[in-house]
Write a protein that binds this ligand. Sequence first.
Ligand SMILES: [Zn+2]
Length: 104
Amino acid sequence: MVDVAKFEKQLLARKKELEQRLQGIEHDLDEPMSKDVEDRATEREGDEVLESMGNVGLDELEAINAALERVKKGTFGECVSCGEPVSEARLETVPTATLCRNCM
Ligand SMILES: [Zn+2]
C-alpha cells in the first residue's frame, strides 16, 4: 500500500505553489505595455515566455487536480489502465503518474 496521505500532502503543496506562480504570471501580463517601441518588442517576447510557462503550469495543475480526485476516490496509486498498483518509487518521482510501468 502506498502512503496516500504523504502524496496528497505533496500534491497539495505543489498545487499551492503553482497557483501562486500562475497568479504572479497573470499579474505580470496585466501590466501596461511601455510606450517605447523597442521596449514593447522585448516585453512582448517576455510575455510569450510567461504565457508558455503559464500553460505548462496549467497542465501540471490539471494533472495534480486529477491526482487529488483519485485520492478522494481511493484510486490513487492505481494504474488507470490496468488497475495494478503504480510503484511507489515512480510516484515519488511523479506523484501525478497515472500509468504503471507496463502501461506507459
Ligand atoms: Zn498498468
